[in-house]
Design a protein around this ligand. Structure first.
Ligand SMILES: [Zn+2]
Length: 302
């Protein structure tokens, strides 16, 4: 006897709601909302006082969830904004023929390394296409929106205005599965600084705007120079080389200038020196040259 697919999906919806996440139905076997759009709204039922989209209709109410999922084997959408979630979506390249292209997980790992932080442990799901969703609770008082590829290639985020497909949902490509850590951890501060909206452009004569990636680059520069300045005896040269390689990527991407990085690392090394300045300059040069040669060049820094 086969189990009614509705009961498994109902369980998935109730499980998400029990975590405090606001769910809504997705069309069976798809990732698209099952609720009507504004153009086809009849201004009846929940829309009597005006159309309400999925983000507003998403609920944690078990009775409403049971009623909805008794009608059809809906997949489960989680509206990330009302759920207080920030979900990082690590995708896999669409073009499977170029198997050596880095996927979102590798890109995110590199992001963590550049920021000198371990990859955070939190509730995560594997998506039907083989990607990963990392769930974090949003920091109070900060309104984050979706991003698409602006943090890193193949790294998207879902927050206000976005949704994710919950574990237990099934598409022709496969099933969404929950993995490891049972709870969503708070979004780490360093990740927040990468994800939060860029500040409004400063109305100064220079007209310089600090974009998200530039903010991130500044954090990375501060972290790496601190590592060098505080490196213990016996680890200093390796730390300096690692810092130069990490920051070289941000020179290649145009987020930092070589002069800026060389100066910061020189100063950090000089303040904690057991070798000559010339020796450290050579380590920095080798690290930067290697990294710039091995990382994609995107654009030049302003
Ligand atoms: Zn409506």
């Amino acid at each position: 006897m086969t189990q009614d697919p509705r009961s498994g999906l109902l369980c998935a919806a109730l499980d998400a709601a029990a975590r405090g996440w606001h769910v809504f139905p997705l069309r069976p076997g798809t990732k698209r909302p099952a609720l009507h759009g504004e153009k086809t709204c009849t201004r009846t039922g929940p829309c009597t006082d005006g159309h309400r989209k999925w983000e507003q209709r998403a609920t944690t109410d078990p009775d409403r969830i049971r009623a909805a999922w008794s009608r059809a084997p809906f997949n489960v959408g989680i509206a990330t904004g009302p759920s207080g979630l920030v979900v990082i979506d690590l995708d896999v390249p669409k073009d499977k023929s170029s198997s050596d292209a880095p996927d979102g997980a590798a890109t995110f790992q590199a992001l963590c390394e550049r920021a000198a932080h371990p990859a955070p442990t939190t509730y995560r799901t594997r998506t039907a296409s083989g990607g990963t969703h990392l769930y974090f609770t949003a920091p109070p008082g900060v309104r984050l929106s979706n991003t698409a590829g602006s943090v890193s290639p193949l790294v998207d985020t879902r927050a206000h205005g976005g949704y994710v497909v919950a574990a237990g949902s099934i598409t022709p490509a496969g099933r969404y599965e929950a993995l490891c850590a049972p709870v969503a951890a708070p979004l780490p501060g360093w990740l927040l600084s990468v994800l939060r909206p860029a500040p409004k452009p400063v109305q100064a004569p220079t007209g310089v705007t600090v974009g998200r990636s530039r903010l991130y680059a500044d954090v990375a520069l501060a972290n790496e120079t601190r590592n060098v300045a505080t490196a213990a005896d016996g680890t200093r040269n390796a730390t300096l080389l690692r810092a130069a390689r990490a920051l070289g990527r941000l020179i290649a991407s145009g987020d930092l200038t070589r002069v800026q990085v060389e100066q910061a690392l020189r100063e950090a090394a000089a303040g904690n020196a057991t070798q000559s300045q010339r020796y450290y300059d050579d380590v920095i040069r080798r690290g930067l040259d290697w990294s710039i040669a091995h990382n994609p060049t995107r654009r030049r820094a302003a």
